[in-house]
Design a protein. Structure first.
Length: 283
């Protein structure tokens, strides 16, 4: 019990004490109940004020209140368990096996490949489109006046993607012209399989450029890469058109596709050289 006059605290079981033992103030019979109610209200108000203060401070500092988890906080475990991460890991695993098998046996693998590997074919072409501009862009970064990213890298990247799209659609058109049934997804998967050795050679060329082992080795593997592009297209046409009595000879079909594909590669080289020489060539 607390005396309302002097504030002295003492025990008073069942209201046996009627006067404060310190100041002698009379204690009302209902004082204990009122004090208890008042104390409960004071304690409740103090608790609420304290919680409000903690919440305000947590809001101002950007940290969550005790027992509360920040909504935007993602742990590495949650990222790994997410559906997008699982799908990406599965695609990477499947492509790794596809790439290794196609690197060891490109021609045999392409004969077994169908539209189910369409995504793998797309991934291979995208990787080439990413790596090929680097061979010409990386040396410019070491110069006093490096090429702009858009002109020196992004534009050739788009042209490489366009070149492979033209190659696939041209191969499809040639086969239709030769009255050979074909499917765009099958052709993309098969061409992507035949381009895996090109990807490996191109990756080696880029690595030689980055570590600075000289333009000779890098240029050699770049030459192998470009040559294997035309070999892959030729093998694709002969593989698809040679199995049936085509109205168009596979030799001429592969020649048409290679000319179209080669012209875009020529434009890529021309674009890169023109920017390296300060726009000397007009496009």
């Amino acid at each position: 019990m607390i005396c309302s006059k002097c504030g002295h605290v003492f025990e008073n079981e069942q209201g046996a004490i009627t006067e404060c033992p310190v100041c002698g103030a009379a204690l009302a019979s209902s004082w204990n109940e009122k004090t208890g109610e008042a104390s409960a209200r004071i304690e409740s108000a103090a608790t609420g004020e304290s919680s409000s203060k903690i919440g305000t401070e947590a809001g101002n500092s950007g940290a969550p209140a005790p027992g509360e988890k920040a909504s935007g906080d993602l742990t590495w475990k949650q990222v790994k368990e997410s559906q997008a991460f699982q799908q990406g890991a599965e695609i990477s695993k499947q492509y790794g096996g596809f790439f290794l098998n196609a690197l060891l046996h490109p021609l045999a693998s392409s004969k077994k490949i169908d539209r189910a590997h369409f995504l793998n074919g797309i991934i291979t072409m995208v990787i080439i489109a990413i790596l090929l501009p680097l061979v010409l862009y990386v040396p410019s970064l070491r110069s006093a006046f490096p090429d702009a990213f858009g002109a020196g890298y992004l534009r050739p990247f788009i042209l490489v993607v366009l070149a492979f799209a033209v190659a696939v659609f041209a191969a499809y058109g040639v086969m239709r012209l030769g009255k050979v049934s074909a499917d765009l997804r099958d052709l993309t998967a098969k061409l992507g399989t035949l381009l895996v050795p090109s990807t490996a050679a191109l990756l080696i060329s880029v690595i030689f450029q980055i570590v600075g082992l000289g333009i000779g080795l890098s240029g050699l593997f770049l030459f192998i890469t470009v040559l294997s592009f035309f070999v892959a297209i030729t093998l694709l046409i002969h593989q698809e058109m040679g199995q049936s009595a085509s109205a168009l000879d596979p030799l001429y079909g592969s020649l048409i596709v290679n000319v179209l594909f080669g012209y875009i590669l020529y434009r890529i080289v021309l674009v890169s050289i023109s920017y390296m020489l300060g726009g000397f060539f007009s496009l």
